[in-house]
Design a protein around this ligand. Structure first.
Ligand code: ZN
Length: 156
């Protein structure tokens, strides 16, 4: 186990398309364990591998009950929409107004390569979309309507 350094948007790794995971080996398990520790330490709800400098399609999402390990995740269904504040561990201290689906269902592989499905509403759906975007080199500032002001944030 070990904490990994979270890169900021200035780093090229945040803007690259990540490769699929093909080997479900000890190296992947170590990455997932380190990402879990890093996510918990950061207090965030999601973390994508490129944020720790690994250009592979690996994401963690805290759905409020457990931290889901999503390997090679794909969005398979969305419904509705929501517009709300969104932040990113790679853009500390800022929040943007971002429109996302209200509901999202994904499929992904677990750390052993078994496919499963997961779904969520509100913040969980937002987090799925935000983290999957990272795997294609997209940060929320590229899809947001605008940054939120300090006054707007204080009102929440
Ligand atoms: Zn992010």
């Amino acid at each position: 186990m070990g904490l990994r350094k979270i890169l900021t948007v200035k780093e090229p790794a945040l803007h690259k398309i990540c490769k699929s995971v093909e080997n479900f080996d000890e190296r992947l398990h170590k990455l997932l364990d380190d990402m879990r520790e890093t996510l918990i330490d950061s207090g965030g709800v999601g973390l994508a591998a490129p944020q720790v400098g690994i250009l592979r399609r690996v994401v963690l999402v805290d759905n409020g009950e457990e931290i889901l390990e999503l390997v090679n995740p794909e969005l398979i269904m969305t419904d509705g929409d929501q517009s709300g504040p969104e932040g990113c561990l790679s853009i500390p201290g800022k929040y943007g107004l971002v429109k996302r689906p209200y509901y999202a269902k994904i499929r992904a592989q677990d750390r052993n390569g078994n496919w499963y499905e997961a779904e969520g509403e509100e913040i969980v759906a937002r987090c799925f979309c935000h983290e999957l975007d990272h795997l294609d080199g997209i940060v929320y500032t590229e899809v947001m309507e605008r940054y939120l002001t300090d006054e707007e944030l204080a009102a929440d």
